[in-house]
Design a binder for this molecule. Structure first.
Ligand SMILES: Nc1nc2c(ncn2[C@@H]2O[C@H](COP(=O)(O)OP(=O)(O)O)[C@@H](O)[C@H]2O)c(=O)[nH]1
Ligand SMILES: [Mg+2]
Ligand SMILES: [Zn+2]
Length: 313
């Protein structure tokens, strides 16, 4: 029988079967048969929410079973786990990435946002920027100006509030019929938003437990929540414990390709594809920054991330 991975940790995965044997909303607790699964080599964790798997039920233990096979995934949203020095799966078979951010409390963090966007571009998964806590937005010019630039370079941007409910209809519309992964730093309101969209989820809000999860690498797995009800369906994958995101599979020399407004300029510099876009004369990227076609702040993100990637490789 087949099913969907909804959460897990420490090699125990919870699978929602496609055909429910007990006609409830049951999740089967599964281990991997034979410890190693084909097709998941090289990853820090073998499975992520959104993965589809074949399972075998344990005849002696109701509610338990074994994962026997992974159904080939369409894509994966990953990050580079620096502790494990391996790519870590955050979600699989994703249609859309929501990069969740705030105008204040915690402060707007374009560096983090840009890393998530780079990862989405690398994974070839469409991304939208969701600015939560819009009720706290006090017309800060810098935030508005930065957000407007993301729109200008072609990202869909939604402003919402999990407290007032503003913008949530548009958000739910985007999720309808899709699997969406929610990525954002601790405290931006991931759990609050999911609770508004799926009251049955009952996620803890502003909980200290995330602080404990930071130190441990075993409890950092995401969780899939099904949005049912009259407003339509869809799935959200919550990703806890992503404090810093180091993109996976991005060579420093290729980084500019994943900044979408830089990408058309790649290869056009005097030094061609070997241009680092840092000091070279005749660099089209630097010219675009000087001309205001590339936002200085995006360029700053590029420089910092490039430096970190160079240390990594
Ligand atoms: N003012 C305001 N506070 C919010 C909003 N969404 C969440 N919060 C608060 O922000 C804190 C962190 O929320 P939580 O959902 O736990 O964030 P998470 O760490 O991303 O899951 C809690 O105290 C929430 O009540 C919002 O839209 N507006
Ligand atoms: Mg949370
Ligand atoms: Zn250049």
């Amino acid at each position: 029988m087949t099913g969907l991975i909804v959460r897990g940790s420490n090699n125990i995965f919870y699978v929602r079967p496609d055909t429910d044997p007990c006609a409830g909303n049951e999740e089967i607790e599964c281990r991997i048969k034979g410890k190693v699964l084909k097709g998941v080599e090289g990853y820090y964790n073998p499975l992520a929410p959104g993965d589809r798997v074949h399972i075998e039920l344990d005849p002696l233990h109701p509610g338990k079973g074994l994962v026997t096979e992974l159904v080939e995934r369409k894509n994966a949203f990953t990050r580079f786990n620096q502790k494990g020095m391996a790519p870590q799966l955050l979600a699989a078979n994703v249609d859309l990435v929501f990069c969740l951010t705030t105008p204040a409390s915690p402060p707007f963090r374009p560096r983090f946002l840009d890393r998530v966007l780079v990862q989405a571009e690398r994974s070839q998964i469409p991304a939208a920027i969701v600015v939560n806590k819009w009720d706290l937005h006090d017309g800060d010019y810098d935030v508005d100006e930065r957000l407007e630039d993301y729109r200008r370079i072609g990202y869909r941007l939604l402003t919402v509030s999990a407290v007032t409910g503003a913008g949530l209809e548009e958000l739910a519309d985007l999720i309808k019929g899709r699997t969406v992964v929610l990525v954002g730093q601790s405290g931006v309101g991931k759990s609050s938003l999911i609770n508004r969209l799926a009251p049955h989820a009952g996620l803890k809000v502003g909980d200290l437990c995330e602080k404990y999860e930071r130190g441990s690498h075993t409890t950092t797995m995401s969780r899939l929540i099904e949005l049912g009800g009259p407003s339509g369906s869809g799935r959200i994958i919550d990703t806890p414990g992503v404090r810093r995101l180091m993109p996976d599979g991005v060579q420093p020399g290729d980084l500019a390709l994943y900044f979408r407004e830089f990408a058309p300029l790649v290869g056009q510099c005097t030094y061609g594809l070997s241009c680092s876009h840092r000091i070279e004369p005749g660099c089209k990227v630097m010219e675009a920054v000087a001309a205001g076609v590339i936002h200085e702040d995006r360029y700053e993100s590029y420089l910092r991330l490039k430096e970190e990637l160079e240390e990594l490789y």
